[in-house]
Design a protein around this ligand. Structure first.
Ligand code: ZN
Length: 385
């Protein structure tokens, strides 16, 4: 049993870059001490950060790398996904290998979406040294099927350890109001967080504002006629906000098309809202970035996710950070580090992850190639613990 003591040029501690600190860890990676005593230290030439939290992933699509070309748009992506999503033979192997790659790239916790049980064995306690929370995702526009859908979601979620899954929403264009409300009521009863893909594409905005466009055409194509009367009325939030439960944590994913007035409305909604940005996936599918500089790090809870390998080039939080760092120069690296680590750990209550603190076991990542504490495209990552 040998403890290690590691220092570096910079260390991300209590939300800030700090200098002159060393972390002592057990051989299991548990933090024993953080101090300014640098005697007998290993020194890492770069920056130390805790392990990442990938707040939005669809592990079960990890065997679809490169199967859907970039820039299909939302309707194009959904249609292509339906054709390439195999009940594949190499699925479990590819998914396990991508999970291991995420671990090797420093990810220590995953907020994952499941539409089926194909990843449940991997996410069972002890099967992999990462933390998972699974949103068992439901969709369906027929209000008469809402109860049946919720019951099947509950049945599916019971296959995962209690406290590590909730029956959750998909998107405001894919669910009946009844389904949205029933899922909200269930999560409130069980005090569980919920996930919603929101304002992901201009097609979603167009569907709600005018009732037309590629998503409208897609819905008609799959037999949703007439279209539900929520479409063509205006802002999606007019439809959505009255249906969402107050109190439980709600994670709004993507928000690529979020406008300042909508953000203000969400801030004043009385809802317990957090946001997850997936810039790589937005670029891949929509050739657009989320409005990351709209958020006020002191008011808005933001985290980062990769989304799925069907709609991104990689499952790598550092690459997501690089994208935001490059395109949003006003966002500080400290903010990005916080979004990529502690924000997600706090959302799911993963008390051992997300920050350097005595007694925690968050992983220790070494970053090189920073300039003045800022991350650039040539920043490299080494897993130190
Ligand atoms: Zn997603």
């Amino acid at each position: 049993m040998m403890n290690r003591k590691i220092s570096a040029d910079l260390l991300f501690y209590k939300g800030k870059w700090k200098t002159g600190l060393a972390i002592e860890v057990s051989d299991q990676g548990k933090i024993i001490q953080i101090s300014d005593d640098l005697t007998d230290c290993e020194f890492f030439a770069g920056a130390l950060v805790p392990g990442w939290i990938n707040a939005h992933c669809h592990l079960e699509l990890s065997n679809l790398e490169g199967r859907i070309p970039p820039h299909t748009g939302m309707a194009g992506f959904i249609q292509k996904l339906a054709t390439v999503r195999p009940k594949g033979t190499n699925g479990p192997t590819a998914i396990h290998s991508q999970l291991q790659k995420m671990y090797d790239r420093g990810i220590r916790g995953i907020g994952d979406i499941s539409n089926d049980t194909s990843t449940f064995a991997l996410k069972q306690k002890g099967a992999h040294p990462m933390r998972f929370f699974t949103f068992v995702e439901l969709f369906g526009l027929d209000p008469n099927k809402a109860q049946y859908l919720v019951e099947s979601g509950i049945k599916m979620s019971t296959a995962l350890p209690s406290g590590e899954a909730s029956v959750s929403w998909h998107a405001p264009y894919s669910m009946s109001a009844e389904l949205i409300e029933k899922i909200g009521a269930l999560a409130t009863l069980n005090n569980q967080p919920l996930n919603l893909h929101l304002l992901e594409s201009s097609e979603e905005v167009q569907l709600f504002s005018s009732g037309t466009g590629p998503l409208a055409d897609f819905l008609k194509h799959i037999g949703i006629t007439p279209l539900p009367d929520r479409f063509g009325k205006g802002d999606v939030l007019d439809f959505l906000l009255p249906l969402l439960p107050k109190g439980i944590p709600i994670l709004l994913v993507h928000v690529t098309e979020l406008q300042p007035a909508q953000l203000e409305r969400l801030r004043n909604s009385g809802l317990n809202i957090s946001y997850c940005l997936c810039p790589g996936a937005n670029l891949y599918i929509h050739n657009k970035l989320p409005p990351a500089d709209l958020f006020d790090p002191t008011r808005d809870r933001v985290m980062l996710g990769t989304d799925s390998l069907a709609g991104n080039w990689h499952l790598d939080i550092l690459e997501e950070i690089k994208l935001l760092s490059k395109h949003f120069p006003t966002l500080s690296t400290e903010t990005l580090m916080y979004w990529a680590t502690q924000a997600g750990a706090d959302f799911w209550g993963w008390q051992d992850l997300g920050e350097f603190e005595v007694g925690k076991q968050p992983g220790i990542l070494g970053l090189t190639g920073l300039q003045n504490g800022r991350i650039y495209s040539d920043t490299q990552l080494t897993v130190l613990a």
